[in-house]
Design a protein around this ligand. Structure first.
Ligand code: GLA
Length: 387
């Protein structure tokens, strides 16, 4: 949306005022490979999208922070002198969670009027929530001169989601939203937080995102359960090797020690994490030598492991992936994000994108009765001020 349009909406909501109106943006993300590895100390390989959440902010000389959004007909406010309360499943919990984390570190903000505007499909697993958190943290840091670096803002936003919203997510989404760079994917080691921006040289190919349009509520999903299963697998494996995270094991070591995990389901969960971590490393090596075919093959394997061992795909995601793989121009296709609905990501030859969208859409609709949405992804920058 245009700056002028948003400013107009802002003024119609909050009125004219001499204080400056700031505009910031943080993107959503798509993960190319490395799924359900972040909270296991493993590798991920996401990139920031060109769509995300815009935030207009202006000081209002009061002790109230007022919230509005162009996405829903819902407004609210919090008082800076009283404790912040979580409000059911409201979208406001994401930004208020960030204010709450800032407050815990004794970083004081003043009253503000805020208008959010997102162009990411909600609940599609493209991290609209992380983009709301990141844009809030980034804006507060700028307006009140806290001097926090991007990584500190990423960690603060993740904490807001873990503690205030109550979803035990890893760091990937907030990281991708805060640290993204146009034309690059982010190779992140989630244990050390070392990272590298890797150019995505996909000449003649496109990244196509397909939305199942099956809504998934991350907080309600089995996400926290998967996380607990991984923790329990670590406990069991610790009798054989002193590890903190599943990602510390090589596949050989895991094969030797896996009998220590007596629960068969937990063993499968652990196997996904360890094989996925290996796939991610192998995929990045392939990309670095320009071997996109192998990268695509590993994406396919990633989906199969998420379907069979981690069991987070479901009929809609599996159908989209199956339909995508039938197409000649598809290099690789997999679910992206937490799963349980949401989106797939595919690498598709540029000249086949049109027929991909048409035919995968038709096949999916025939088999599920649902209509998929497609986006040809543009890889954009992380959090930024728009001037
Ligand atoms: C969600 C979480 C991330 C990550 C993915 C799965 O997007 O927010 O931290 O765990 O699921 O890879």
């Amino acid at each position: 949306m245009k700056k002028e349009q948003l400013t107009e909406t802002f003024i119609s909501l909050y009125g004219e005022h001499e204080d400056e109106i700031y505009l910031f943006f943080s993107p959503g993300r798509v993960n190319l490979i490395g799924e359900h590895t972040d909270y296991n100390g493993g590798y991920v390989f996401p990139c920031a999208l060109s769509f995300g959440t815009y935030l207009l902010a202006r000081k209002n000389q009061s002790r109230q922070v007022r919230f509005a959004t162009t996405n829903f007909d819902h407004r609210g406010e919090v008082n800076l002198d009283t404790p912040f309360e979580k409000e059911g499943k409201s979208w406001m919990n994401y930004p208020v969670g960030v204010l709450n984390e800032l407050r815990k570190t004794a970083r004081e903000i003043e009253g503000l009027d805020l208008l959010y505007s997102g162009d990411i499909p909600n609940g599609a697993g493209l991290s609209s929530s992380a983009s709301i958190e990141m844009v809030t943290a980034f804006t507060m840091n700028h307006i009140f001169g806290f001097g926090l670096d991007r990584m500190e803002l990423v960690k603060l936003s993740q904490k807001a989601e873990n503690i205030f919203v109550g979803v035990n997510c890893g760091i990937m989404d907030q990281f991708a939203s805060g640290m993204g760079a146009a034309g690059h994917a982010l190779f992140l080691n989630c244990d050390t937080l070392d990272y590298e921006r890797i150019p995505l040289n996909l000449e003649g190919m496109k990244i196509v995102i397909a939305n199942t349009n099956k809504r998934r509520g991350l907080a309600d999903s089995k996400y926290n359960e998967r996380r607990a299963q991984c923790e329990s697998a670590v406990e069991a494996l610790r009798t054989g090797k002193n590890i903190r995270n599943l990602s510390e094991l090589t596949l050989d070591e895991f094969n030797k020690l896996s009998h220590l995990i007596t629960d068969e389901v937990e063993r499968k969960r652990a196997r996904h994490v360890i094989t996925e971590n290996n796939r991610t490393l192998t995929a990045i090596e392939a990309l670095n030598r320009g071997d996109v075919e192998s990268f695509g093959h590993l994406m396919n394997q990633s989906h199969d492991s998420l379907r069979d061992d981690y069991e987070v795909t479901g009929k809609e995601l599996d159908t989209l992936v199956e339909e995508a793989r039938k197409m000649e121009g598809t290099i690789g296709s997999r679910m992206t994000g937490a799963g349980f609905g949401g989106c797939t990501v595919s690498i598709v030859r540029e000249d086949a994108v049109e027929s991909f969208i048409r035919e995968v859409g038709t096949g999916y609709n025939k088999r599920t009765g649902l209509k998929a949405d497609f986006y040809v992804a543009e890889i954009g920058d992380g959090s930024k001020q728009i001037v």
